[in-house]
Design a protein around this ligand. Sequence first.
Ligand SMILES: Cc1cc2nc3c(=O)[nH]c(=O)nc-3n(C[C@H](O)[C@H](O)[C@H](O)COP(=O)(O)OP(=O)(O)OC[C@H]3O[C@@H](n4cnc5c(N)ncnc54)[C@H](O)[C@@H]3O)c2cc1C
Ligand code: SF4
Length: 333
Amino acid sequence: MHTFEFIRPADQAAAIAAAAQSKTAQQGADVRFLGGGTTLIDLMKLNVETPARLLDINRLPLDKIEVTSDGGVRIGAMVRNADLANHAKVQKDYSVLSQAILQGASAQIRNMATTAGNLLQRTRCVYFRDTAMPCNKREPGTGCPAITGSNRTLAVLGTSEHCIATNPSDMCVALAALEATIHIQGPKGSRTVPMGDFHLLPGSTPNRETVLEPGDLITHVTLPAPKKGSKQVYLKLRDRASYEFALASAAVVITTAGGNLNWARIALGGVGTKPWRSPEAEAALAGKPANAANFRKAAEAAMRNAKPQSENKFKSELAKRCLVQALETATKA
Ligand SMILES: Cc1cc2nc3c(=O)[nH]c(=O)nc-3n(C[C@H](O)[C@H](O)[C@H](O)COP(=O)(O)OP(=O)(O)OC[C@H]3O[C@@H](n4cnc5c(N)ncnc54)[C@H](O)[C@@H]3O)c2cc1C
Ligand code: SF4
């Protein structure tokens, strides 16, 4: 049986110093922060994660949502998903984020799950979660059975010959469309990383999923001031209506003037190896009349580089229809 030491660090500095002793902040790290535990404890029960030390960071004062001087928001890493989704300013100015979170998991899980934990949730690829199977993400160099095996739910964008796992988060898709910034405090000081650069493509190192280094603690996520008059929609398509991950999803933040789309931020979920911002779709929409033909062109552009596997060819078309529908709903809002 796997044993571990459970530690409650006195403060942020102590948490970072203890975590910095780990050789990696990625898969297999021997020291792990514990947020809501809804990903980590699951994976420990499966022996997919076997940290020697768990640092419970639930008492750190990172549980506030504050309005920033530029009119944006600053979200503490320990803010629970339910509190974030139901916050008045988030519902009013960043409704795509609220919609995305509320379509994820269950009420009970959203009450436990934290902002930072959600950013770092792991793939649901069945081989990753089964230690009897090889998996490059869990054990580098062992292979990727998903490529010739069960891949219906896996990614079609950003894949490599080493891993095709989907990033499963709904919240992250909305954060990508909202151009969030991740704030990190580590042994060498603090830094910020744009949401688009935080998650890494699998390439030849799928075990490395983010830019985090040993000791790095996510402290906050900030959102820029909301785009005035923007219309926002998160549409999630899945096998059943609740308690299920996206097969395809779309986060749409747009502004329109005189029947034209003059500004668009688009991100897709369920189809990418990371939360998938689509500059191609955004460029295809900019300045164009808001109509079905242009929405379809944007969707084609977004999925142009899709590389389907044996069981998930349907995802390209599903994602296109998802984006078109989200754009139609947003323009009518
Ligand atoms: C049955 C089920 C269904 C689900 N359905 C969905 C769904 O439909 N959509 C969806 O988006 N999600 C879904 N989820 C995933 C859920 O959203 C995540 O498990 C949750 O957001 C993780 O947050 P947490 O605080 O519990 O993370 P934890 O499990 O505590 O931590 C996750 C990882 O983050 C690290 N970590 C935590 N805090 C920090 C920090 N401040 N700095 C650095 N590292 C940190 C931990 O060390 C760990 O590696 C589902 C989960 C379950 C169990
Ligand atoms: S897709 Fe990635 S996570 Fe799944 S088996 Fe292949 S390497 Fe592992």
